[in-house]
Design a protein around this ligand. Structure first.
Ligand code: NAP
Ligand code: MG
Length: 503
């Protein structure tokens, strides 16, 4: 379905103004289901624009930090209400921009709404502690302080939800923002900024700088006045950012890749486990950081489960995500499809796993102009194979066989990542053992590896990040500094640890 559209021009938002021209020209954003459809033309910015954006955010910080937190939070609540109002329109545009199906883009906007309401509640909490002091007539408390200008660098797979996870709590805490969205999803970023402005945010508190990772991203990471870098994306880029920003002692929060697995034990509800893995592996065309890319089956149910899985995966309806009948959209870009093709070749040639479904790009008929790929399943995968170790970020599932629960958990843990995980079992003892022994930031019992809710911490262990957690109240630890305050109302010098009466 080609749409002959006049190329719409979009702008960046810097220093309180919409800016159509970037110092590095422009770039086009293409619909991955139909590459003849240009979603829009965007300014390609660079270090100059980043410098202007950071200066504006720094200036705005001085007044924004003094606005009472409940008032800051009201603006975020307004933004959440505006997201409700515009949910359908934003979802439609997001599907056109990055390809996932409408149910999922609606879910993406819903996650932004949920985050908005959750973060705005924090405006009346932002709890610190009051504690007794060891000396008489002395009062102790800890309070959360904002940090300053935060640089937000985000990926394309959750174009609205992930920016809101960062931007909403950061603003409630009193920080200001320079936001660099992924090159594949700048249109959704423009929507979010428009909504924040309509909600009443002072314009210089949010700056949207569109452009490439190498020019805009690096300039944000290197700028001395950006005190926090919050990054979601690949482990490779995250590590580079960590080094650069770490050298300047910035606070760096990293949400990176995953190689998530679902375990199915021999006592599990097989139909439930089947539905779980189909959704976990092929939802969002496998392009979720929490996607199920490994399935670990107990040996007793292995063959039967695989048979049913293939039968069901074959029936997945692939197509343009704007068509309500579609169950799986295209990959986001040509580069992403090339990457998936490369991993299928590795699976077949290098790893010698058995390809039992899919493995090919779709290029004919309705698929001729998009980045479509078949749902793909490998069996006889061994834990050390590259397709069992490396993040593929596409609709490719590696199936492994386990002897028992311990073996399954050992296989699950045997990757460099630790984001999400799942086990299907009816045995409460096995479930609790899995909850304890699986090395991951998230564990689902009898649910797929995808489906996080905003009131629980989100993030992972090992190669998935550097210990921070977004969502929940734990996100406040990324965007605030603790200050400890001692009030001595004794009217005399009191020396801690020295003037204390012996007990
Ligand atoms: P990516 O290539 O790492 O890019 C992420 C962001 O970083 C984009 O905005 C990108 O800009 C920017 N960037 C690229 N190079 C940069 C540099 N040198 N300095 C600063 N910024 C730079 O990741 P992606 O392909 O967009 O997203 C997929 C990855 O994200 C997967 O690995 C996935 O697992 C991970 N992810 C993790 C989570 C989580 O919470 N753990 C959630 C979602 C996704 P350009 O777009 O301009 O290149
Ligand atoms: Mg696009």
């Amino acid at each position: 379905m080609a749409t002959k559209n006049k190329k719409k021009r979009f702008a960046a938002f810097i220093n309180g103004r919409w800016v159509k021209e970037g110092s590095q020209g422009t770039f086009e954003n293409i619909n991955p289901a139909d590459t003849r459809d240009v979603v829009g033309v965007f300014p390609a910015c660079g270090p100059e624009e980043v410098a202007e954006a950071v200066a504006a955010a720094k200036e705005a910080y001085e007044s924004w930090r003094l606005v009472p937190a409940p008032k800051r939070a009201e603006i975020i609540r307004n933004a959440a209400n505006l997201l409700i109002k515009h949910k359908e329109r934003i979802a439609q545009q997001m599907t056109r921009e990055m390809g996932k199906i409408l149910d999922e883009t609606r879910g993406d906007v819903q996650e932004g709404i949920d985050t908005g309401f959750y973060a705005s509640g924090e405006g009346r909490r932002l709890f610190g502690d009051t504690v007794p002091c060891e000396l008489p007539n002395k009062f102790g408390m800890s309070v959360r302080m904002p940090i300053g200008v935060c640089g937000m660098i985000t990926p394309w797979n959750f174009p609205l939800a992930i920016p809101t996870w960062k931007i909403f709590p950061a603003l409630v805490c009193g920080n200001t923002v320079v936001f660099k969205p992924a090159t594949d999803t700048p249109a959704t970023a423009v929507e979010l900024v428009e909504i924040l402005l309509e909600a009443g945010l002072p314009p210089k508190c949010i700056n949207l700088v569109t452009g490439s990772g190498s020019s805009v991203g690096n300039a944000i990471v290197d700028h001395p006045d950006v005190r926090v870098i919050s990054f979601t994306g690949s482990t490779e880029i995250g590590c580079k950012i960590n080094e650069r920003a770490g050298a300047k002692l910035k606070r760096v929060s990293l949400e990176l890749g995953g190689k998530n697995a679902q375990i199915v034990m021999d006592d599990a509800d097989m139909e439930l486990a089947l539905e779980g893995v189909l959704w976990g592996a092929f939802g969002t065309t496998g392009q979720r950081c929490t996607a199920t890319s490994r399935l670990i089956l107990h040996k007793k149910i292995h063959d039967k489960f695989v048979e049913k899985l293939i039968e069901r995966a074959k029936k997945i309806r692939i197509g343009n995500g704007l068509d309500p009948k579609t169950q799986m959209g295209p990959l986001v870009s040509k580069a992403q499809r090339e990457n998936v093709k490369r991993y299928v070749e590795i699976g077949v040639n290098e790893d010698k796993a058995e390809l039992v479904l899919g493995g090919k790009e779709l290029t004919q008929g309705p698929y001729a102009h998009g980045w479509f790929f078949e749902p793909t399943i490998f069996v006889n995968v061994k834990p050390k194979m590259r397709i069992a170790q490396e993040e593929i970020f596409g609709p490719v599932l590696a199936v492994l066989r386990a002897k028992d629960l311990d073996d399954a958990i050992r296989i699950l843990n045997d990757t460099p990542y630790g984001l999400s995980s799942s086990i299907y079992t009816r045995d409460v003892n096995a479930a609790f053992k899995a909850m304890r022994d699986i090395e991951a930031g998230i564990t689902y019992i009898n649910g797929p590896t995808i489906g996080a809710e905003v009131q629980l911490p989100f993030g992972g262990v090992k190669g998935t990040g550097n210990g921070h957690r977004e969502a929940s109240h734990t996100v406040l630890d990324i965007f605030t500094e603790w200050k400890s305050i001692y009030v001595d109302y004794s009217g005399k010098l009191q020396r801690a640890q020295i003037d204390v009466q012996a007990g």
